[in-house]
Design a protein around this ligand. Sequence first.
Ligand code: KG4
Ligand code: ZN
Length: 362
Amino acid sequence: MSALTVLGIETSCDETAAAVVRRRADGRAEVLSSIVSSQVAAHAPYGGVVPEIAARAHVEVIDLIIRQALEAAGLWFEGLDGVAATAGPGLVGGVMVGLSAAKAISLARSLPLVAVNHLEGHAISARLDAEIAYPFLLLLVSGGHCQLLSVEGVGRCRRLGSTIDDAAGEAFDKIAKTMGLPYPGGPALERLAEGGDAERFVLPRALLGRDGCDFSFSGLKTAAARMAQGVDDPIDRRDLAAAVQAAIARQLAERSERAMVAYAREQGGLNRRFVVAGGVAANATVRRTLQASAAAHGFTFAAPPLAYCTDNAAMIALAGAKRLAEGYSDGLDAVARPRWPLDEATAASSPIHKPGRKGAKA
Ligand code: KG4
Ligand code: ZN
């Protein structure tokens, strides 16, 4: 199999992104360009993503962002072997914009189309920067998802655990909002927590010691919101933010360590690789805490560079290239899916019903 150069398009939430990635014959990835246009300013006044505003904003800039990605990569459509776009899960109005753009390019330029699962993109994102062999244990922590998965390859995942209420990023965002921080709350809360004393405020430790690898953040959210009410002093606010961040990191670590034990047993002690991906993986405390968990259980640790933790199109391009290399492509009838669990079998047999802000949590 020779190298494949793929244009990736991502429009499932509030970033319009396009990227060109070359997947070499040996499987290594080379990011030729990655352009991300954030809509944060458009949504900030509302304290969260407004789907209609997001869809319109994607339409306005998608052509320009694709052009910029091709120009930055130093090539044009002739230089591509395929086009990949996020087809879900996500805000369906936005997903349709990116997927339609990809279909138009596919049709006009006779390029194979790949409809990529956004979560599959996150799952492969650490491989944009480093060689990571399959299988591996993945903690996927974003604004809409919080899952532990055993990843065998692209399109081959088994869910070990998932959130029963909020996603980790959602918990960061909602708690940040109750503390009066701007959207998106995760990075704002991390900045506020800098230098804070995480031990001064005591927050509940959800699910601690409970069997399984599921997550829950609602108790923490309620407790933090109650505490935030009486806290105005800047030092107190800093320390509360540090406590919240540490509590989220601690739960992610505790549940991940359970998953490491289960995964290692399943794999007969082999393939001890732990990968964390998604927007929350950009958080330094979360990264550090999870790295320590991995070390304690004899797992190697990998996380994407910060730019590839949050939504981007390079991860979509790489997932698409891997699919193409394996001989898969999609027809022009590929549909935009607001919900699209990575492990469809487990999601169907033990569904997690509560709808997520950005699609299926399971
Ligand atoms: O992966 P992502 O960009 O979008 C989704 O697919 O959801 O993740 C966005 C989420 C948001 O909830 C955001 O607050 C959170 O990731 N996030 C962070 C940080 N950077 C992004 N949370 C904590 N600390 C950060 N530095
Ligand atoms: Zn995402």
